[in-house]
Write a protein that binds this ligand. Structure first.
Ligand SMILES: [Zn+2]
Length: 212
């Protein structure tokens, strides 16, 4: 396994700083010129984080963290769900690129989560996606029977991130081992598509038992 020059907390700091620049409207657009392209084409990639995010066009991951070429390893799928392909991609980043941070990034007003809240399991090729999101919606219905509307949706989006994080531990020995020995951190967050800010959720509250 390659070792990054960044610690998990260094990476987190870099993402937080970049998002602050972006949300406060003074982005620097680093690492987006010809020299960076040459440097990474010849020297390889050493991304500081692997980010699992929604495919929503309002969640442009490199833009909202104000980073450029070779900086972050991004996996995008509607509802930021974790199937075998997504997990395999993240394991590749961790094992082969030495990426020290894994971020599961949900976002406000997520259409995929909204669709499942409103219509349940969907048809055709949306079936598998919606089945991945459904457990979080059911959990919120059971545990928060008093909330509705936007508050309900926001809670589903947050619970979906936690569910994806928990499933990442359950399905990946690579993630469990690397989190346990401190090589990587797995954190969750919600991106607000209106303010441009990230609400950082930190590590999973049950991380220790999930790593066993
Ligand atoms: Zn979404």
């Amino acid at each position: 396994m390659q070792k990054s020059e960044f610690t998990p907390d260094d990476s987190l700091g870099k993402l937080k700083e970049g998002n602050r620049r972006y949300s406060e409207n003074y982005p620097r657009h680093p690492n987006q010129d010809l020299s960076r392209r040459k440097e990474t084409a010849e020297g390889g990639q050493h991304p500081v984080a692997a980010v699992l995010a929604c495919a929503d066009s309002r969640v442009p991951v490199e833009v909202l963290f104000d980073v450029g070429v070779g900086d972050i390893f991004v996996v995008r799928v509607a509802g930021n769900v974790i199937g075998a392909h997504q997990l395999g991609s993240i394991e590749y980043a961790v094992e082969h690129l030495g990426t020290p941070l894994v971020l599961v990034l949900g976002h406000t007003k997520c259409g995929a989560v909204t669709a499942v809240v409103e219509a349940g399991v969907l048809e055709g090729n949306l079936q598998d996606l919606s089945e991945q999101i459904m457990p979080a919606v059911k959990e919120v219905r059971t545990e928060n029977p008093d909330i509705s509307g936007d508050q309900f949706l926001d809670q589903c989006i947050k619970t979906n991130v936690l569910t994806v994080m928990a499933n990442s531990f359950r399905k990946s020995a690579c993630i469990r081992e690397n989190v346990k020995n401190g090589t990587i951190k797995l954190v969750g967050a919600i991106y607000d598509i209106e303010s441009g800010q990230i609400d950082w959720m930190g590590t999973h509250p049950n991380e220790v038992s999930l790593c066993e």
